[in-house]
Design a protein around this ligand. Structure first.
Ligand code: GUN
Length: 454
């Protein structure tokens, strides 16, 4: 281990010591380390830390959030258009807003703010849709790369059923621009050629056909060919709003595929999704806001399907996975209420006999499941569970330093459990409670960094 490694301690119910090496990997973790014994434990590992981050009372270090579906280009429209359902919302709000990204200077200004905001919300990995514009989409990838976030970035494909001023003129042009976009991102990898141990690039291209309605068969088939060819080389991922059988027809369902929403998926579709190893992005807030419905996320989990959370701005009305956790919790309670069979006076059906799984219980998804969906579940959807999502030695250090504020008037109850503190953060915290955001060991955001830069 080199001298410039950093060392982080988490104090709380079970104080731990976690070491991060120069290349951003978690080198080792020691549990139950008294504050006075840090150096003793470090020297046990021949470790001389140059930097020590201490998580104090009411603070802890946890894995960063993964947003499996959002549209960076829709942040300027966030919070508007709540009166519409999907197609009217696309026509009146989304397409006119996305059209503005033809202006590269506008894209520069906007994406800088958007990515900064998402990072400060604690999102260490993000799956982005940009727009159909090649140059504007390259700007988004550049900004993400420069800020050090882990991300999948896609140039949107759409060649039909869209306004004449916001549509690609042919499938060929759409594909050509997509290939140029992929090549642009792949050039980032050259930055890492001197690494002793090659890492996967932090920013990767992703194929993002908008949805089946706005893509001709010719275009979907061409995107399918890029997807297929890339399985040999670049391993492009692919994300779309769900139309399962159509995507399967064009060979677009694979373990690298992310399907967003999935509100109305039938049992046979879920079987197919499971069989193909596809991941689902649960966008509970957006599904409420656009009145699309309430997905049966508990059922997906019971079937062993990969599931993560997506903010889906600006169908969704929050850039924060923390808020999305709350939408997810509420959605799971609503779903449980909807799924209770109507009881008759003569033979009431007790809820406990019909809803037995913790994923579909009337209490809604349990706290550990909500945390899982926001971190490791999302990492799994992105096929990154072996690299991120937990603070495990050998994984990359994508993490948050969280600090609860003291109570408004009274100090926090003495001896509050770590689980209750986590619950307070997940249900009552916001980005002001996120002091530091690290990706692959590099500090890229959080309130501490904002203060330094102010
Ligand atoms: N379906 C097609 N395009 C979109 C979009 O931009 N957002 C959402 N939520 N659904 C879509």
């Amino acid at each position: 281990f080199s001298l410039s490694a950093s060392l982080i301690t988490a104090l709380g119910a079970s104080p731990a010591l976690l070491a991060v090496s120069d290349d951003g990997l978690i080198a080792w973790v020691e549990k139950d380390v008294p504050l006075g014994s840090i150096h003793e434990f470090a020297s046990k590992h021949d470790w001389i830390p140059d930097k020590l981050v201490v998580a104090g009372e009411g603070e802890w270090i946890m894995p960063g959030f993964v947003d499996t579906h959002t549209h960076a280009s829709q942040f300027p429209m966030l919070g508007t258009g709540g009166q519409y359902e999907l197609l009217d919302w696309l026509r009146n709000i989304t397409f006119p807003g996305e059209e503005r990204f033809a202006d590269v200077a506008y894209a520069q200004r906007t994406y800088q703010d958007v990515v900064r905001r998402i990072i400060n919300c604690g999102t260490t990995t993000c799956c982005y849709y940009a727009t159909l514009h090649l140059e504007g989409s390259k700007v988004l990838a550049d900004v993400v790369h420069e800020k050090g976030q882990r991300a999948f970035v896609g140039k949107c494909n759409m060649d039909r059923n869209s306004p004449p001023t916001y549509v690609e003129s042919s499938p060929e042009i759409s594909v050509e621009d997509t290939q140029k976009f992929i090549q642009h991102i792949q050039e980032f990898e050259l930055d890492h050629t001197t690494d002793q141990k090659p890492m996967i690039p932090l920013v990767q291209p992703i194929l993002t056909p908008r949805f089946a309605i706005s893509c001709s068969d010719h275009l979907l088939a061409s995107v399918g060919h890029i997807f297929d060819a890339s399985s040999q080389t670049t391993k492009n991922n692919y994300v779309a709003h769900t139309y399962t059988s159509i995507y399967d027809h064009f060979s677009l369902l694979a373990p690298r595929t992310i399907l967003a929403h999935g509100v109305h998926l039938t049992d046979p579709e879920l079987d197919l999704i499971h069989m193909r190893g596809v991941g689902l992005s649960h966008c509970a807030g957006s599904n409420f806001n656009l009145r699309s419905g309430v997905a049966s996320v508990g059922k997906w989990l019971e079937r062993g399907i990969k599931v993560g959370l997506g903010t889906d701005v600006s169908g969704g009305i929050t850039p924060s996975i923390l808020t999305e956790i709350r939408h997810t919790s509420i959605a799971s309670k609503v779903r449980a209420m909807m799924d209770v069979p109507p009881s008759t006076e003569s033979s009431p059906v007790p809820v406990s006999s019909t809803l037995q799984s913790p994923f579909t219980s009337p209490q809604g998804l349990p706290l550990p499941t909500l945390l899982y969906l926001a971190t490791l579940g999302g990492a799994d959807v992105c096929n990154l569970a072996h690299r991120i999502g937990t603070l495990t030695p050998g994984k990359e250090f994508d993490a948050l330093h969280v600090s609860l504020p003291p109570g408004h008037r009274e100090p926090r109850p003495v001896g509050e459990s770590l689980e209750t503190m986590l619950e307070r953060f997940l249900f009552g915290g916001d980005d002001r409670n996120i002091r530091k955001v690290w990706v692959r060991g590099r500090l890229i955001g959080g309130t501490d960094l904002t203060l330094v830069n102010a």
